[in-house]
Ligand binder design. Structure first.
Ligand SMILES: *Cc1c(COP(=O)(O)O)cnc(C)c1O
Length: 377
């Protein structure tokens, strides 16, 4: 038995993750307005990119988002649990034997190959009714979706779709965040493919794809990362709002007055004198080990470098340039926030914003800021 706690969890926590649901909603509205009259879905796979599906989905549903996209069936169930009336798409196909679970929970499978289509058709026959689904056509990813041969087979024998109520034909861009020639090639292949198939709505663009213009919007866009503040237009200013802030606690500050090393592997040497702050975050929290000797934390107007190795629960930061007392045990430093955007942290760690977000740790104390209520006229 543990006893009731008297202290504040925000005081006890090694780090505090603040999630601005108002910013997520503002980002969704911005994309919705950009693509109108096309529909703007929200991709909420991987626990809404780490921000928390139980809070993100209701906030977006309240703002008018009607379609949510996940990767796996269990994730679809988690969306359904908090949003009874929205449309839920599960990208990962139809695992064997799950057909009845999809229909019972009104989850739309994204059928990725002819075997998926045949299984869905068989289930529809058994139910005696046509069943809705999305069908994925591969136009260049070579990952999921009907490849060229399967597309030919389907287009030549449309009875394979009897009983399948195709709601959306979809495909996925390989190089959306660049100006690659692949983008227009995939656009051409997708147009040709859907021209050979029965009429239905079409879905093409992820976050970055939206910014290639209206030709890429079709009927439904599927942004993920941009909702959460990752820049969908790398190389240009980020049109999205930051959605998270991560502040971690200083556990100890020590002055070093002779040449000494810091941390595991003794990878960093303090030349003669300096000050090191030890911060309560580590790779177990998703603070990537590749930020060792490369990352920065922001404190008192300065970006202080992470020195030595990121360990499981701790990082060490060189605060020699800061005035005495600027960093004190119990205080907080900014790891992610207005001065350390997600994309900057990702660059420093040799990663991408998606990985920083989806790695956000389970030990963080989470604080959600709700969207402000709509103004009453
Ligand atoms: C993850 C995913 C998306 C969202 O991509 P972002 O780049 O995060 O906007 C859209 N469509 C598919 C098929 C995906 O797998």
């Amino acid at each position: 038995m543990t006893s009731a706690l008297l202290s504040d969890p925000a005081q006890r926590a090694g780090a505090i993750l603040t999630i601005d649901l108002g910013a997520v909603v503002a980002n969704w509205r911005r994309l919705r307005d950009t693509v109108a009259p096309a529909e703007c879905a929200a991709v909420v796979k991987a626990n809404a990119y780490g921000l928390g599906v139980e809070r993100v989905v209701p906030a977006l549903a309240a703002a008018g988002c009607k379609t949510f996209v996940v990767a796996q069936f269990e994730e679809a169930l988690a969306v359904r649990a908090v949003a009874p009336d929205v449309r839920v798409l599960s990208l990962g196909g139809l695992p064997a034997g799950t057909e009845a679970d999809f229909t019972a929970n009104r989850i739309l499978p994204v059928l990725n190959h002819l075997g998926d289509i045949a299984a869905w058709q068989a289930h529809a026959r058994a139910q005696g009714t046509a069943l809705p689904a999305v069908i994925h056509i591969d136009t260049g990813m070579n990952r999921l979706g009907l490849g060229p041969d399967e597309l030919d087979t389907l287009a030549d024998d449309l009875t394979r779709l009897d009983g399948v109520d195709v709601q959306i034909w979809m495909t996925h861009l390989a190089c959306a965040e660049t100006d690659s020639v692949m983008n227009s090639q995939q656009l051409g292949r997708f147009r040709t493919a859907i021209g050979r198939l029965p009429a239905a709505k079409a879905s093409f663009a992820n976050s970055s794809g939206i910014f290639h213009g209206p030709a890429f919007h079709f009927d439904l866009v599927r942004p993920g990362c941009a909702l959460y503040g990752v820049n969908p237009t790398p190389g240009a200013a980020n049109p999205m709002r930051d959605t998270i802030r991560l502040d971690a606690r200083v556990l100890q500050v020590r002055s070093v007055d002779s040449a000494m090393t810091v941390g595991y592997g003794a990878t960093h040497r303090v030349a003669a004198r300096g000050k090191i702050a030890t911060i309560a975050v580590g790779y177990a929290d998703g603070y990537l080990r590749s930020l060792s000797g490369r990352g920065h934390v922001f404190v008192d107007g300065v970006a202080a470098p992470v020195v030595g190795r990121v360990s499981m629960d701790l990082v060490t930061v060189d605060i020699s340039d800061l005035p005495d007392g600027a960093v004190a045990p119990g205080g907080l430093v900014e790891l992610i926030g207005p001065n350390r955007p997600v994309d900057t942290v990702a660059d420093e760690g040799g990663s991408i914003g998606y990985e920083i977000l989806t790695s956000l740790g389970a030990r963080y104390h989470r604080v959600y800021r709700d969207p402000s209520p709509p103004e009453v006229a």
